[in-house]
Structure formats: C-alpha cells, structure tokens
Design a protein around this ligand. Sequence first.
Ligand SMILES: Nc1ncnc2c1ncn2[C@@H]1O[C@H](COP(=O)(O)OP(=O)(O)OP(=O)(O)O)[C@@H](O)[C@H]1O
Length: 299
Amino acid sequence: MPNSANLQAKQLSYQIAHKSILSDINLSLERGKVLGVLGPNGAGKTSLLKMLSGQTASKEQVDWRGKSLEEYSPLERARQIAVVNQLNESVFALSLQQIVRMGWLPHKTLLSRETEQDHQHLAASIAKVGLSEKTHQTFSSLSGGEQQRGLIARALVQKAALIVLDEPVNHLDIYYQHQVLKLLRSLAHQQQMTVVMSLHDINLASSYCDHLCLLNDGKMIAQGPVESVLKATTLEHVFKIPCRIRRDEVTQNLRVDFYPSDEQEYPPQPEVTQQSNVHSSEASNKVHKKVSSKKGNSI
Ligand SMILES: Nc1ncnc2c1ncn2[C@@H]1O[C@H](COP(=O)(O)OP(=O)(O)OP(=O)(O)O)[C@@H](O)[C@H]1O
C-alpha cells in the first residue's frame, strides 16, 4: 500500500445477524483521488461507504490519515468527512439554504458568529450545484435531483477533506450528472480532496474516477486504475450480461456496452477472484466473440 494513502481499509468485514455483508475488503486511496465503487444491487456498496465514512462502526479496520476512524470523536470526524447518502423519505420543513448551512455545524460553536466569508462560501456552494434561484425554497418542495444537488452543496460547505457519496447522480438529469461529477473530480484534483462514491453507471465511473473497485456479494472482485478493473470477462461475470469494452474516440475514456440477450442462456463462468481479476473461459469467449464481431475491436 502506498505511504501517501489517506484512506485505508484493512481486511474489512461486516456481518448482520450472522450474515456476511462484506468480507476481507482491502483498499487504499491517496489524497486528491476519486474512487468509484461499482457492483450490482446488494453487492455491498452502501455498506462499504458507511464503514469508510464512520457511519457504521468499523472495529479499527478503517484508517483515515494514519489514524483509525474509531479514534476520531464524532465532531472531529464531521470536520474531516462529509457524507451524502441516498435520498430518504424524510420531509424537511427547512429551506434549501438552511439545509446547506448545516454543513457549517462541525466548524461552529454556539457562540460562533457567521462571517461574511461564510455567507459567500454558502452562496458559492449553492451556485456550484446550480440552485441559486432555489435558495429560499423549502427543501421538501425541491425535485429529487435538486434535493440531491442540495445535499452535495451541504457537503461543499462542510469543507471536509474526504467526501463520501452514495449514488450521487441517481436523480440527476444528464446535464447535472456531468456537472456534479466534474465538480467532484475538480475538488479532488485541484483542491486535493479525497472522493469516494458509488455509481451504477459504469461509463460515468470510467469518465470521472481515477480508481475503481468492483464488489460482488460482499467481496472485492477487482480494484485499481480504471483500465485494470474494466475487463469484459470480469464485468460479464459480475453483471451477468455480455459486454464489450472500447475506447471512446472523442474522450479516449473506456466505454462498456452491455448486450442483454433474451435468445440464449448466459453460459456459466468460473469464479473470479481478486488475484485473477481477468480470466477467460471458452464459454465467456464465445459470448464475447459473438458480441465483438458485431461491433469492431474490443479491448
Ligand atoms: N440492516 C440490514 N439487515 C439485513 N441485511 C442488510 C442490512 N443492511 C444491508 N443488508 C444486506 O446487505 C447487502 C448489501 O446491501 P447494500 O445496501 O450495501 O448493497 P448495495 O450494493 O448498496 O445495493 P444497491 O445497489 O441495491 O443500493 C444486501 O443483501 C442487503 O440486503
């Protein structure tokens, strides 16, 4: 593991009622990098993010800046780590501005005064997610996508060094998907924040993340730079749909095209382990060739 790792998980495991939710997860992430967490429904993405951000006790299996998360007080943790969870059903009777202002809480005491700089930062954070016109609207009356962006603005106001987001672009239209991910990438690359987020869209993950990790059934199937994780055989095994990987001519990013087929049963494949995250089997190759031959070269 690199010495410059800011965030480290060491043999992280998690059980609920004797059921293994995560097992033997090792990962490390340097400062200023974006990590995308991928995997099918139920793979353990949310559970992993909750442990990495200290929302679930990690029994000293997670280190942030060389110190176990368990050693941070809740206030220290809130100063260091911003969390954007999936939207839930709770109805806030507060305005967007009041919700975003909550990002200040870890940095203020009861006697603290709000400075002009605080107000500028608050307004700038709301503007960065394109919600200036909605500043005084009640949070509950915002659309799902606007609420999602509001919660991201709150994380910006928090000025944390680590931001952990669970499916942050889920409710966003295509324009704001790219805007928000661009913003998160620039926070990492230009302001040296560390960003960890789960995403279902593998192509967005390929475009905006530096590193990926792929979970399946609570286990780490592959992790590393985007190109080392996005392998057709691995993705076919995990998502159970034939796919082809190509390089986009314009952006030069890797793109994954899935080809769901009703015509044939998906052939069985051998288990993929972390040690050999690339494998080929006759069955997999047959599917892959069939798909590839329709659409030019694959990687
Ligand atoms: N409190 C709980 N009690 C029992 N099982 C749980 C609990 N929380 C999570 N699980 C189970 O743990 C597994 C992983 O859940 P998790 O929410 O982490 O998956 P995920 O990868 O985020 O899924 P999705 O893509 O659907 O959001 C699932 O099988 C889920 O049912």
